[in-house]
Design a protein around this ligand. Structure first.
Ligand SMILES: C[S@@+](CC[C@H](N)C(=O)[O-])C[C@H]1O[C@@H](n2cnc3c(N)ncnc32)[C@H](O)[C@@H]1O
Length: 231
């Protein structure tokens, strides 16, 4: 059993008082968004069963989509790719899928799951690009074990991503970035780009500003950026 498998998170169907967002997940959006129990059934079959697309179609993953500005933008910009989003919280999950649906995207789906447990959802080689934008920073020393970027998580992504695919990471936290750089450099990934100040770098031009990124930029904080390649 992996370390992540011990991380507990509640089951949607056991919630005593389902909010409007939970009801939307189980009802109105149930074709495009999956609770933890349904999601596991599609492991290794997202392309064929859910999207009804051939195996060669790229399947990308955004972890922690928040309000879905980037999620909907990415799905719309890449109609020839498939996009999955993973969220723990119901409100951002529904905001994300609603935004993508309103933008007319047929290529996007959301899953309610803990991203530390990706191996429950995807089979080796099932994923292409993986994107992690502003994950919870867990700044205090005793909280660092909760950070998503861990050596074991990177080994898992390496297993789940197709060779040649990319892993994108952004954070406002200098401390998390220093941590992540160490994890990345001892991982099997090749580092393609690193910046301690994305918006004053050559990578700014192709960057999409996420909801949290906008907030941090307004506060004058530099954005840290890493782009990796799975060999
Ligand atoms: C700080 S927000 C960033 C949202 C968005 N990416 C952005 O840049 O605006 C982090 C998001 O990750 C989600 N999240 C945190 N831990 C998670 C986990 N283990 N699995 C899935 N989602 C998670 C939170 O619910 C939250 O919506």
């Amino acid at each position: 059993m992996s370390r992540g498998a011990h991380i507990h998170f509640s089951k949607t169907r056991d919630l005593p008082k389902p909010s409007a967002y939970v009801q939307a997940l189980l009802g109105e959006f149930s074709h495009w968004a999956f609770d933890e129990e349904r999601a596991k059934d599609f492991k290794d079959q997202w392309r064929s069963k859910v999207f009804e697309k051939p195996e060669f179609t790229p399947l990308d993953l955004e972890i922690g989509t928040g309000n879905g500005f980037h999620f909907a933008h990415y799905a719309q910009k890449h109609p020839d790719r498939l996009l999955m989003g993973i969220e723990l919280k119901y409100k951002p999950l529904i905001q994300s899928i609603r935004r993508a649906r309103r933008a007319g995207c047929e290529n996007a789906r959301m899953v309610r799951y803990n991203a530390a447990l990706l191996a429950d959802l995807f089979a080796p080689g099932e994923l292409d690009r993986v994107m992690v934008h502003f994950p919870d920073p867990w700044e205090k020393l005793r909280q660092q074990k909760h950070r998503l970027i861990q050596p074991e998580f990177m080994r898992l992504c390496h297993q789940l991503q197709r060779p040649g695919s990319q892993f994108e990471f952004k954070t406002d936290s200098a401390d998390y970035f220093a941590w992540a750089k160490e994890v990345f450099s001892s991982s099997p990934y090749e580092i393609l780009a690193l910046s301690e100040d994305l918006h004053h770098s050559a990578y700014a031009e192709s960057n999409f500003i996420t909801h949290f990124e906008r907030i941090f930029l307004r506060q004058g904080l530099p954005i840290h950026y890493a782009l990796l390649r799975r060999p």
